[in-house]
Design a protein around this ligand. Structure first.
Ligand code: ZN
Length: 402
C-alpha cells in the first residue's frame, strides 16, 4: 500500500501521513443531514468533497467503507412535519428520499451506508447504560448527562481549555453538575414522540446518536471522521468523550477532517437566514459536472462564498471544453506514454496527496482538457490525453468526455 497521502488532522492541527488502521482498508464516517428540508449547496459542498476523498482512496487501492447517518430524531423535523400536516414518519421518508435523489444527481457514488439513526436506539441506550455504569455519566430524574469532569481530554479536538469552552456553553440545564456536561438521554422535547429506556420515555442526546451508529458498524476505533467545521465543538468533542470513555481505547478516530462553511454574502447559509440555495435547483440549471468542478475549486478547509456568477462561468467553460473534446469519444483505452501527459498527471496526484488539494488538482485537470482539445483526432497524443482525462475525471466524478 503506497502511503503517500498527507491529511490535515484537526486533532493535531498538522498534515500527517495517512496510515489506515488495517492495511488496505479505510473506514470513514461523515455526519449526515437532518432531514427537515431539501439538500442545500452547503451540504453538497461537504458531500462532494468526501466523495472525492473516497474515490481517491479507492484509486490508491484502499477498500473504502463510507457511511453517513441520517438524523431523523430532531425537534425541527417534528415541527415542520406538523406544520405540513403529515406524519413525522412520512415526512422523514419523503425528505430522506429527496436526499437520496440529490446525492445521486450530484454523482455521490461512494457512499455505502446512509442510514436513519432511529434504527440504532437500542445501541444508544446500551452506550448510555455503559457510561453510567463506568461512572462517566449521572442521572438527574429521567435525564442522563455526561460528566465532563471525568474526561480530562475534553477540548482536545477544538484545542480549547475547559475555561475557554465554558464561555461557549451549548446546553442550558439547571440539572447539570458542570457547565459543559451534555445530555445523553433527555426528556422528550415534543409531545407524542418518545423512545423507551430504563430511565423512562425520552430522547437520545444528539452526540450519542453518532457514536451508537459508528461503533455498531465500525467498532470502537476507525480511520476518518468528516463534517463541517462548526461540528467540532460540541458535537465531535462529545463523540470522542463518549467513545473513548466507553472503550478505553484512543484515539477513537485517527483523522478528523473538517470542511469550511459555505456562506452567502458573508452569512452562513441557513433557513433561518433566508438565503438557502438548494442543490436540486443548481443541479437543474448547471448540471452535475459543473457543480462538482465549482465546489472542488475551493479548498475544503476554507470557508467559501457561494457566487452564482462564478458557477455560471465554470459551467460555460466546461460546456465548451466538452464540445472541444468530442473527438476523444473514440477513446479506446490505449495506455498513456506521453511525457507531457505524465507530468501533468503527476502534478494532479501530488496535489491530491497534499491534503486533497482539489483547487490545484482542478487547475491541472483543466490544463489536460485544454491541451487535449488541440490533439489531432485519432492520434496517439489524443489517446493519451483522453486516458488522463478519464483517470482524473473519475476521481473528481466529472465526465469531460461523453
Ligand atoms: Zn454528527
Amino acid at each position: 500500500m503506497p502511503e503517500r497521502i498527507k491529511v490535515f488532522n484537526t486533532l493535531s492541527m498538522k498534515k500527517e501521513q495517512f496510515v489506515s488502521m488495517s492495511p488496505g482498508q479505510v473506514w470513514m464516517f461523515v455526519c449526515g443531514p437532518t432531514v427537515n428540508d431539501y439538500m442545500h449547496i452547503g451540504h453538497a459542498k461537504t458531500y462532494v468533497f468526501y466523495d472525492v476523498v473516497a474515490r481517491y482512496l479507492r484509486h490508491e487501492g484502499y477498500d473504502v467503507q463510507f457511511a453517513m447517518n441520517v438524523t431523523d430524531i430532531d425537534e425541527s423535523i417534528v415541527q415542520v412535519a406538523r406544520r405540513s400536516r403529515i406524519s413525522v414518519e412520512s415526512f422523514v421518508r419523503k425528505y430522506m428520499n429527496y436526499y437520496v435523489e440529490d446525492m445521486k444527481k450530484l454523482g455521490i457514488e461512494t457512499l455505502g451506508r446512509f442510514e436513519r439513526v432511529s434504527k440504532y436506539i437500542e445501541e444508544m441506550v446500551q452506550q448510555v447504560s455503559g457510561l453510567l455504569s463506568k461512572g462517566y455519566a449521572y442521572r438527574v430524574r429521567n435525564e442522563i448527562f455526561f460528566d465532563v469532569s471525568k474526561f480530562p481530554r475534553f477540548g482536545s479536538l477544538s484545542h480549547m481549555s475547559v475555561p475557554e469552552l465554558e464561555l461557549r456553553p451549548t446546553e442550558l440545564s439547571e440539572d447539570k453538575r458542570n457547565l459543559l456536561d451534555f445530555a445523553l438521554w433527555r426528556r422528550p422535547p415534543v409531545d407524542g414522540i418518545s423512545f423507551s429506556s430504563p430511565w423512562g420515555e425520552g430522547w437520545p442526546g444528539w452526540h450519542i446518536q453518532d457514536t451508537a451508529y459508528t461503533m455498531s458498524i465500525f467498532g470502537p476505533q476507525y480511520d476518518m471522521h468528516g463534517g463541517a467545521r462548526e461540528l467540532i465543538y460540541p458535537h465531535h468533542e462529545a463523540e470522542i468523550a463518549q467513545a473513548e470513555s466507553l472503550s478505553g481505547l484512543r484515539p477513537f478516530v485517527r483523522y478528523w477532517v473538517h470542511c469550511g462553511l459555505l456562506t452567502t454574502e458573508g452569512r452562513k447559509m441557513s433557513k433561518s437566514e433566508g438565503n438557502v440555495v438548494y442543490s436540486r435547483d443548481i443541479l437543474r440549471k448547471y448540471g452535475k459536472n459543473a457543480v462538482r468542478l465549482f465546489l472542488l475549486m475551493q479548498h475544503h478547509r476554507d470557508s467559501f462564498e457561494f457566487d452564482e456568477y462564478t458557477l455560471r462561468r465554470v459551467a460555460g467553460e466546461f460546456q465548451l471544453a466538452r464540445e472541444n473534446l468530442k473527438q476523444l469519444k473514440q477513446y479506446r483505452g490505449r495506455s498513456s506514454n506521453q511525457k507531457r501527459v505524465h507530468a501533468i498527471l503527476a502534478g494532479f496526484f501530488e496535489a491530491m496527496n497534499d491534503d486533497f488539494d482539489t483547487p490545484q488538482a482542478v487547475d491541472l485537470l483543466n490544463t489536460i482538457a485544454s491541451e487535449a482539445s488541440g490533439a489531432p483526432p485519432g492520434s496517439t497524443k489524443a489517446e493519451d490525453y483522453a486516458g488522463a482525462l478519464e483517470l482524473a475525471g473519475n476521481i473528481f466524478g466529472v465526465d469531460f468526455i461523453g
